[in-house]
Design a protein around this ligand. Sequence first.
Ligand SMILES: O=C(O)C(=O)C[C@]1(C(=O)O)C=C[C@@H](O)C=C1
Length: 108
Amino acid sequence: MADSGDSYADLAEVRAAIDDLDADLVELLVRRQRLVRAAGTFKRTDLEVQAPDRAAAVVATAAARAEEAGGSGELIGDIYRAMVDSFIAYERRNVSSAPPSTPPAPND
Ligand SMILES: O=C(O)C(=O)C[C@]1(C(=O)O)C=C[C@@H](O)C=C1
């Protein structure tokens, strides 16, 4: 891991490094948001949105990569599980499970 050998003079310096890294991370997450939104356009049911086998594979791959990189597979796996759950909720909010031609129900 590139940062593991770094030493810092004080807490402010570590926090500045965290802030820099977070700027990159947020950009990547926004790119991921767009990709998940695109994936959602190919789905029509809630089970397709959840895609439990794919979600489990994404989490397991991230945990394995974290271990390979010298990090904690458990920590990164937990973060990925929470992240994928949030993306599932995002897909549910942004993807229609009905064909576009279906008229809204009277009370919608
Ligand atoms: O791969 C998909 O089908 C996606 O919608 C992406 C994604 C993800 O965030 O990685 C989100 C929802 C599914 O549970 C599986 C994976």
